[in-house]
Design a protein around this ligand. Structure first.
Ligand code: TYD
Ligand code: MG
Length: 491
């Protein structure tokens, strides 16, 4: 007799408990634990003896693959992130906030493939066929031969897809709305999502169809439910953007068949998502030239150089614990840079609120941004603007030294292409990049020398605003290490 044991599963992280509790010990979320039937999660009929295994043939690793292993979507920014297109039989999970443009992106991908005479199927569990059609019409894609359905039953979907010519791409929008007969839990629960994904993955591997699963993201940025699916799929992509900004960035968090550090940049327009082939131009297009507190960072995203503006605001604080707010960069990295500024450069920030923002809604992960962030911070504190034609990059170590970073040459080339005249870079980077004509290179060995430079430029500003409220704290803004700074500068 099959025993039906109920178990309680956290809908956020998939942790299993013997009884209900309010808070999940594993992920710390409240009210995410729901009762699900564990016995039915196993795809066996109750009372039937377990099936005896069937022997299968093992194959050599060095076998020949017949078909072209990848199917390019022909949307270059999308292919860049997947690593050159969809691998046959692979399953991708695309996560993103509601309304960010996942459905828009995928209907565009499906339409481009269909135009290239590849069979593409779009299955929506959220919208009616008429709604999907309406959107495609608005995007000017109504003529594409995409096959549509509004379905949520996995068994029906797999049966339908198994008929006729095998589709090259199937889009399931979204995995949370799908359900399979194999388990009893409600759609959207961990068990359902996992079982549905498993059935689709099995179909993909068997047929060679590439499948994209859409997954919603919860308020704290996790792909809800499908977090338990992340390890089952071949690639996890996320589609991000600020609500108020038109830029959308596609990233890979995991990719079995490609890189994870590439980004694809899109712009949401009235006619759908438009590819941005040269993101630097976009991120620098609305620059606030000549105001203190902004520095241009010459970064690298994947294989592509990317210039982006870093904005800082350092203002006297009325709070006991001053604010440190950061947007688009790592909070810990900011704390580290602030600590190095205090400890090694004599810049006292403990009485100031600090705000740091990466323009355009971009998220930077490179440590190479340290130098640009520090320059922006010091520039804001000193009230002295940085040269508008300069780019900054370099990693700052805890000792206050500026460390070299990779790919100096391509950073400089991008800066030159966009009309910048000088680069402030680490000492060792100079040798690597000297080949680049046209940019004047200024290497800094220590953060203290950069601070001294900026303060020296700001001297004129200081004299011009004598009765500013911040003037009383003049010791705050004059680096105590002028002498040391100059020395380092000369060396
Ligand atoms: P959608 O693809 O439905 O988002 P998701 O599937 O991630 O929930 O995108 C919805 C948003 O995109 C909506 O706020 C309107 C906007 N949008 C445009 O700005 N232009 C367009 O051409 C389309 C189709 C949508
Ligand atoms: Mg959608």
């Amino acid at each position: 007799m099959a025993r039906r044991e109920a178990s309680f599963i956290c809908q956020n992280c998939g942790a299993v408990y013997g009884r209900w509790q309010g808070k999940c010990d594993a992920c710390g979320e409240w009210n995410t634990i729901a009762e699900e039937n564990a016995a039915s999660a196993r795809p066996q009929m109750p009372g039937r003896a377990p099936r005896k295994g069937r022997a299968f043939a093992l194959e050599a690793l060095a076998g020949a693959t017949h078909d072209a292993p990848r199917l390019a979507s022909r949307i270059a920014e999308f292919d860049r992130v997947t690593g050159g297109g969809f691998v046959r039989g692979s399953v991708l999970l695309l996560g993103g906030d509601p309304g960010i443009g996942k459905s828009t992106l995928l209907i565009q991908v499906a339409a481009t493939l269909a135009r290239a005479k590849q069979r593409a199927v779009y299955i929506s569990g959220e919208e009616a066929v008429a709604q999907v059609r309406l959107r495609a019409e608005r995007l000017g894609l109504a003529g594409a031969q995409v096959e549509l359905a509004a379905e949520t039953s996995i068994e029906d979907i797999v049966a339908t897809l198994g008929e006729g010519e095998t589709p090259r791409l199937v889009i399931i929008d979204s995995i949370q709305t799908m359900w399979t007969d194999l388990v009893e839990s409600a759609p959207g629960t961990v068990t359902q999502v996992r079982a549905s994904a498993q059935a689709l993955i099995r179909f993909a591997k068997r047929s060679g169809t590439a499948i994209i699963l859409v997954g919603h993201v919860t308020k704290d940025g996790q792909i809800a439910g499908p977090r338990v699916v992340e390890h089952m799929v071949d690639a996890v992509l996320s589609f991000e953007g600020e609500g108020s900004q038109q830029f959308r960035i596609l990233r890979a968090a995991k990719n079995r068949f490609g890189p994870t550090d590439e980004i694809g940049v899109f712009e949401m327009t009235g006619g759908g998502l438009r590819e941005i082939a040269n993101p630097s131009e976009l991120f620098l297009s609305e620059r606030d030239l000549g105001s203190p507190g902004t520095a241009v960072f010459a970064g690298i995203e994947g294989s592509r150089p990317l210039l982006v503006e870093i904005q800082a605001l350092v203002a006297p604080s009325s709070l006991g614990t001053p604010r440190r707010a950061v947007n688009g960069w790592d909070q810990n990295r900011l704390s580290m840079v602030l600590a190095v500024l205090e400890a090694h450069c004599g810049v006292r920030l403990s009485g100031h609120d600090v705000y740091l923002n990466v323009a355009g809604g971009l998220r930077i992960q490179e440590p190479a941004a340290d130098l640009a962030a520090a320059a922006a911070l010091v520039s804001s504190l000193a009230g002295s603007s940085l040269p508008a034609d300069a780019v900054y990059f370099g990693e700052i170590s805890l000792s206050g030294a500026v460390r070299p970073v990779a790919q100096t040459a391509s950073r400089l080339k991008e800066a030159q292409k966009l009309g910048f005249a000088r680069a402030i870079l680490p000492d060792a980077g100079r040798a690597e990049g000297t080949g680049e004509a046209g940019l004047s290179l200024q290497s800094v060995g220590s953060l203290a020398s950069l601070v001294a430079d900026i303060a020296a430029q700001g001297k004129t500003h200081d004299r011009r605003q004598p009765s500013d409220g911040r003037r009383e704290k003049s010791d705050d803004r004059t680096p105590a290490t002028d002498a040391r700074g100059r020395k380092a500068d000369a060396g």
